[in-house]
Design a protein around this ligand. Structure first.
Ligand SMILES: Cc1cc2nc3c(=O)[nH]c(=O)nc-3n(C[C@H](O)[C@H](O)[C@H](O)COP(=O)(O)OP(=O)(O)OC[C@H]3O[C@@H](n4cnc5c(N)ncnc54)[C@H](O)[C@@H]3O)c2cc1C
Length: 274
């Protein structure tokens, strides 16, 4: 974690907020869930002590949801409360489609007590337009991603023009709702960097206050695009993972974009296994 905090500090100095994720989904027993929860508590304390501009991001499975939904909820409450006490936001990641209902239920229950809990939605799922309307009722931030997990065709669109169009429509709904949101994509056609100038143009045309909007990208991926959004004056955030399952993050990035191998090796040397 120490190296991750140093990286966070450096990114903050460059003007980027961060979100720190102690990565993991393969928690098999209550003891592992307890350890992960304790590590997130340490992260919250480190963020507070170092006065970092950072939230935390987590998979509910990492803190016990798959072993027992109530255990996941209880640990999530502990973290949401600790984060709230320090004035921090807690973002919940979205996992495989078999877990979507449970994650949304726990998010809903958390939002009944806490106002600092955000949720991630995946544009590739056919159900997401309905889920978006549901989560718009709660105050927490909504992070929109394309979706990274393998999913059957009756649940999800595969990569390509149809998925990009879904993302575009969901992004428009989210931005024009004026709800706190994170546009979490590196896709230049959806941001502003292609001739479409999409998100930036829409925000300007609709005169949407930029204070509730942020653009968020993965550490080590297309950092020049995040810089470009920052240059427009938007709030920008870097997703910073660490921990024993960090190699999963590395493999996923390589699978998405094989030329990342050089950046991935550098990151592994600097940041992995904190
Ligand atoms: C902050 C954040 C949180 C996320 N949380 C979740 C989550 O909770 N659940 C989930 O399922 N997914 C999550 N994801 C991953 C997401 O679903 C996508 O898999 C990932 O962001 C790549 O999709 P894209 O929108 O960038 O579009 P893509 O179509 O994959 O990429 C568009 C363009 O961006 C560039 N690019 C994209 N990826 C890379 C890369 N790895 N290396 C170099 N260039 C690249 C390329 O130029 C590419 O042409 C998250 C992503 C971010 C940024």
């Amino acid at each position: 974690m120490t190296q991750c905090v140093e990286t966070a500090k450096s990114l903050n100095q460059q003007g980027f907020a961060v979100t720190i994720d102690y990565m993991g989904e393969s928690t098999r027993d209550a003891e592992m869930a307890e350890q992960a929860t304790q590590e997130f508590l340490n992260v919250i304390q480190a963020i507070a002590h170092q006065n970092l501009d950072s939230s935390i991001s987590l998979d509910l499975s990492h803190i016990g949801m798959v072993i027992d939904a109530e255990l996941g909820y209880k640990n999530a409450c502990t973290l949401a409360k600790a984060a709230q006490n320090e004035g921090l936001e807690m973002m919940i990641s979205m996992e495989g489609v078999d877990r979507t209902n449970l994650i949304l239920e726990i998010h809903q229950r958390l939002c009944e007590t806490f106002n600092n809990v955000g949720i991630t939605l995946q544009a590739y799922l056919h159900r997401t337009p309905d889920d978006l309307e549901r989560v718009l009722q709660y105050s927490g931030k909504i992070r929109l991603v394309k979706g990274a997990y393998a999913a059957p065709a009756d649940h999800a669109k595969s990569r390509g023009a149809e998925l990009d169009e879904s993302y575009r429509q969901l992004m428009e709904r989210l931005l024009t709702s004026r709800h706190p949101c994170s546009i979490a994509t590196h896709d230049p056609a959806l941001l502003d960097l292609a001739s479409l100038e999409h998100a930036h143009r829409l925000i300007q045309e609709q005169k949407i206050e930029p204070d509730k909007i942020e653009f968020e990208m993965l550490k080590g991926v297309t950092s020049e695009r995040l810089q470009a959004m920052k240059n427009y004056g938007y709030h920008t955030r870097v997703y910073l993972p660490y921990g024993r399952e960090w190699h999963l993050y590395l493999c996923n990035r390589l699978a998405e974009h094989p030329p990342n191998i050089y950046q991935a090796i550098t990151d592994a040397m600097k940041c992995g296994y904190g």
